[in-house]
Design a protein around this ligand. Structure first.
Ligand code: ATP
Ligand code: MG
Length: 458
């Protein structure tokens, strides 16, 4: 009989203590300790024989014959792009995202495609969260029609393993890792010990049998995958599915990939019939209806290897009762404060008593500084109630002395702008000098942000 001991484990960093604590001394989280019954490792090893990877004698690196990495294309182009051109058999792919963002929908659609392209093989979707009917209803809605697609409603790992051994699936989904638990461990599902145990078992099984396994992971309110980082360390690929739950677009982003780079993003649109790939997203986030309104300007950002055009909207209004409010959506609040300070200093406009709202249309998040010029242009346009020509794009960083700085990957953006028939791009003087005349678009270089004045209200 395995010897059991009771331990308190921090659910965010897996720090262990023998008694309950209010605050974790390791990661500083409050109220994060849960009592878990652990089994001594040597007993656990004896209790159920593990098929750990390798187990052979060390080999010389030159003696190893490299096999060409084989990839399976799922047929969902945006997903394949993110994982580096297809999934690798025997790998574990973790997909995390907010509740209701569409994780199950995405995997149902991917499994549907795989079941069609691998007709002789089995696909197994294990759902611990929804009934077989719910999964089947969704599968029909997204257009899955295959006779090798199994749905299994189970949360117990040992029973799941039994079915895996029986059905020998080539592709497997575990929806979700937090609801799956092993009967070898007494702790509740979703606790550190359970997640560690189930992932370890899953990893060994998947690698030994060449199964491609997709695991869905819940995320915490801070936005990281629930449970300790150990889950992310163990799997081969970690992908986050993000976006505005009430908006219609979704972005798939790789955070870790043992088989490819993590620069690419996949863009989808949520529809009644499931997730639609957005194959040509560059102008997807624009709204053409508002050409003549003020307080809006366009910028161009890079996501993965593609350029996207996004609209930055600003609203500047008087506040007669005290200090102005600053509210942003999709842009860091501190960045807005910096741009407001630049306007106050170099345009001589007192914005201290104005309420300022800033929004990126479509729920996109701007994380780099390339959109500084666009932020300032939108703010000025709103303050002066004068529109900006909608065939002008603003791309450049603005420093604290009001200087306009060049940013990387400008040529790629300008090429795309020229292709889409935008008339002009306003950017740094350096970029203009380097790229002037190369493409069929007017490139205007600014030395100082205050030179932006000429584009407002023309
Ligand atoms: N009948 C429907 N028509 C259109 N859209 C639907 C329909 N049913 C669900 N959806 C969309 O699918 C989303 C839920 O997708 P899904 O269940 O795949 O999310 P999830 O990330 O797996 O959520 P959870 O974390 O709860 O498992 C809903 O937010 C909704 O936008
Ligand atoms: Mg789900």
């Amino acid at each position: 009989m395995a010897k059991k001991t009771s331990t308190f484990i921090c659910q965010s960093c897996s720090y262990q203590t023998s008694k309950w604590m209010g605050k974790c001394p390791e990661c500083g989280s409050w109220n994060s300790f849960t009592e878990e019954t652990t089994v001594a490792a040597k007993d656990l090893n004896r209790a159920h024989k593990r098929t750990a990877l390798g187990g052979e004698a060390p080999k010389l690196i030159n003696e190893i014959v490299l096999e060409k990495q084989f990839r399976v294309v799922t047929g969902m182009g945006e997903f394949d792009r993110v994982v580096g051109g297809g999934v690798v058999p025997g790998s574990l792919i973790l997909i995390g995202g907010e509740p209701g963002i569409g994780k199950s929908t995405l995997l149902t659609a991917i499994m549907g495609r795989l079941s069609q392209s691998h007709a002789g093989q089995t696909v197994l979707y294990v759902s611990g969260e929804e009934s077989v009917n719910q999964v089947a209803e969704r599968s029909k809605r997204v257009g899955v029609n295959a006779d090798n697609f199994y749905i299994y409603n189970e949360t117990n790992w040992q029973k799941i393993l039994e079915q895996i051994n029986k059905l020998q699936p080539r592709f497997l989904v575990i929806d979700s890792i937090q609801t799956t638990s092993s009967s070898e461990i007494d702790s509740a599902p979703g606790t550190v010990s359970q997640i560690r145990e189930v992932t370890y078992e899953l990893m060994n099984h998947v690698k030994a049998n060449g199964i491609t396994c997709f695991v869905i992971g819940h995320i915490t309110k801070e936005g990281s995958i629930a449970g300790p980082k150990i889950l992310e360390h163990m799997v081969d690929t970690v992908i986050y599915f993000e976006g505005d739950q009430f908006g219609h677009y979704r972005i798939l982003r790789a955070m870790k990939n043992r088989f490819g780079n993590t620069n690419e993003v996949g863009i989808f649109e949520m529809k009644e019939s499931g997730l639609d790939e957005v194959k040509n997203p560059s102008q997807y986030f624009l709204d053409d209806q508002l050409k003549e309104s003020f307080g809006r300007s366009l910028t161009c950002i890079i996501e993965g290897s593609r350029s996207l055009f996004v609209e930055v909207q600003a609203l500047v209004v008087d506040n007669k009762f005290g200090n102005g409010r600053r509210t942003t959506h999709g842009i860091d609040n501190n960045r807005l404060s910096m741009m407001v300070a630049v306007i106050e200093k170099y345009f001589g406009l007192p914005l201290g008593f104005n309420d300022i709202y800033l929004n990126v249309v479509g729920g996109m998040k701007l994380t780099t500084r390339e959109s500084d010029l666009s932020i300032i242009a939108s703010l000025l346009s709103s303050y002066r109630s004068k529109p900006i020509d909608s065939s002008t794009i603003f791309v450049g960083e603005v420093g604290l002395t009001g200087e306009v700085r060049s940013i990387p990957q400008m040529e790629m953006r300008i090429k795309e702008m020229a292709q889409l028939n935008y008339k002009r791009v306003v950017t740094s003087e350096k970029t203009a000098r380097e790229l002037k005349g190369k493409y069929d678009i007017e490139i205007i270089g600014l030395r100082q942000a205050r030179d932006l004045d000429q584009f407002i209200g023309k």
